[in-house]
Design a protein around this ligand. Structure first.
Ligand code: PMP
Length: 361
């Protein structure tokens, strides 16, 4: 037998399933499977990307000062406590590496983002799944599941793939109730879709155990660029900074993200358009007999009568060139997660679901 064995936990990892992006033989696929911004990034971000192409022979700046300063100015934060990474996934990874290991427990919730248990296993810790209530994070259930071995609690707020949210008071109650030595990671990937919401920044200021993560992949339309960031109390940031490789982000990534974050007019436009199309789509689906929870993000979790119906609808949508996300792996086999596209895509998907329902009757 081979003596080459991986670290404990690694082979427990269920490989991440990304949203499908191709359909054989279909050229004009409507991709509503990965919560991308249908309009892409702002023109200012595109221009910054093009400009930085001329510096590709140079190593990037290692301390990310310009990007951190831009984020800090736009959001009113302390630049010294911001860390930037390869997507917010990398920030989540730094937290797992820095604060959990063999023998420790990492809590995530029933329908929580699939990277949380992956990261727990990757550091040899034990992922602990906690029930949600009506597809919503349940603070009491999380607090009841905490032990002296709990080191990290991951919640996304708004949550993916449910689109639901809990209020700031509930998050504060969760942070205050955690065992000492445990960190609450408040994953704010979808923050900007909620008007006037700070994504948990004020909770980071008022608690010594809260980390906020954010991303340029969603409202900023830069999923392909791979940039995210985190905000944390100083003792935690000092740990995360030691885990970050000096050249984790290229100048292209940093300059593009900086231009994007400084263009908040574009963010506001995307937020308004998302809210308008999301309301239309949710209502159109409800009229066809496909309900969803009120979504606070850029997708709708469409609920079907059964897993078989959800699967059949997904297959039918593919025949119409439309890709949505099956979420059986998130404990929601009777649901399909549909990203809010532009108006034409929303109309196409609603029309197709209506045709499916007519056909199924
Ligand atoms: N958190 C949540 C809740 C997400 O849905 C995603 C993207 N699917 C991420 C984090 C990671 O996004 P990224 O690494 O692109 O920032």
């Amino acid at each position: 037998m081979s003596q080459i064995v991986p670290q404990p936990g690694i082979m427990e990892i269920a490989l991440y399933q990304g949203g499908q992006s191709h359909l054989d033989g279909v050229s004009d696929v409507i991709k509503l499977s990965s919560n991308e911004n249908p309009f892409g990034p702002s023109d200012k971000a595109r221009e910054a990307f093009a400009r930085t192409v001329h510096q590709l022979h140079r190593y990037p700046n290692t301390d990310h000062t310009a990007l951190r300063t831009a984020i800090a100015e736009v959001h009113g934060l302390d630049a010294d406590r911001i860390i930037c990474g390869v997507g917010s996934d990398e920030i989540l990874q730094f937290v797992a590496q820095g604060f959990a290991g063999p023998g420790d427990e990492v809590i995530y919730t029933e329908h929580g983002f699939s990277m949380y248990p992956i990261l727990a296993h990757a550091v040899g810790a034990t992922p602990v799944k906690v029930a949600e209530r009506e597809r919503t994070v349940d603070v009491d259930a999380i607090l009841a599941a905490c032990t002296e071995r709990t080191k990290i609690v991951f919640i996304a707020n708004p949550a993916n793939p449910t689109g639901t949210m809990i209020g700031g008071n509930e998050v504060a109650r969760l942070a205050a109730g955690l065992p000492s030595g445990a960190i609450l990671v408040h994953d704010g990937a979808y923050t900007e879709f909620v008007e006037g919401y700070d994504g948990g920044a004020s909770l980071v200021e008022s608690h010594d155990n809260v980390v906020m993560t954010r991303t340029f992949s969603k409202i900023y339309g830069l999923g392909g660029l791979r940039v995210g960031w985190g905000y944390a109390p100083r003792p935690i940031i000092e740990v995360l900074n030691r885990l970050r490789q000096p050249f984790n982000l290229s100048e292209v990534q940093m300059a593009t993200a900086e231009a994007a974050v400084r263009d908040q007019d574009y963010v506001a436009k995307c937020r308004a358009e998302n809210a308008r199309c999301r309301a239309w789509l949710a209502e159109a689906l409800a009229e066809i007999g496909v309900p969803s929870d009120t979504s606070t993000a850029n997708f709708v979790l469409a609920r079907f009568a059964s897993a078989a119906e959800a699967e059949a609808c997904d297959a039918f949508l593919k025949t119409q060139g439309i890709l949505v996300r099956r979420v059986g792996g998130y404990g929601l086999p009777n649901c399909l997660r549909i990203t809010v596209g532009d108006e034409a895509s929303c109309r196409r998907v609603a029309h197709a679901v209506r045709a499916f329902k007519g056909q199924a009757q």
